[in-house]
Design a protein around this ligand. Sequence first.
Ligand code: BEZ
Length: 211
Amino acid sequence: MALQLGDVAPDFTAPTADGEIRFYDWLGDSWGVLFYHPADFTPVCTTELGAVAALAQEFARRNTRVAAVSVDSADDHRAWAADIAETQGHSVEFPMIADVDRAVSELYGMIHPNASDTSTVRSVFVIGPDKRIKLTLTYPASTGRNFAEILRVIDSLQLTAEYKVATPADWRDGEDVIITPAVGDAEAAERFPGYRTLKPYLRCTVAPSRA
Ligand code: BEZ
């Protein structure tokens, strides 16, 4: 069965463009983003890895480690990384996992035969420090992902892991948040002084500051 939210992200050891990765050891206590792409030397994927490389500091600021996976070889990853740097203007400094035997892709259910028998789908996993899967997304091969959205979700995940709040549609870090329904009004008044009630089930507050 496909990996679902809350499942433990499988651990693995695999080659990368820059040596072996032991996934859990590499993650440590950080958040993680494992993103699959269909193939090296393809146009959309080239822009995606360039986009992630450009956001390296944003991921680091969120204590989040990022790794890319495809079934291409480490040699191909290294050669393609040069193309990415040349065309996208940013060097890939994160691990590019070379899953030639598809072991990691099978673990994560990333070969979808109705899409392709031979390559991985365009999926993202966000993994919490508890090694559990917090988000999955799968895009068609023809559509590049919006990695600013992945950062936005990580902001929400990190905030809502710490406080009894949820984030509304199109929320961005720093904007007002929603008090979760499990919090009664008395507790809400204590935790979120000055909160606003639009409906009994829709109560808003300024975002609690993150520790
Ligand atoms: C691309 O990255 O452009 C791509 C990869 C696989 C299939 C189609 C497009």
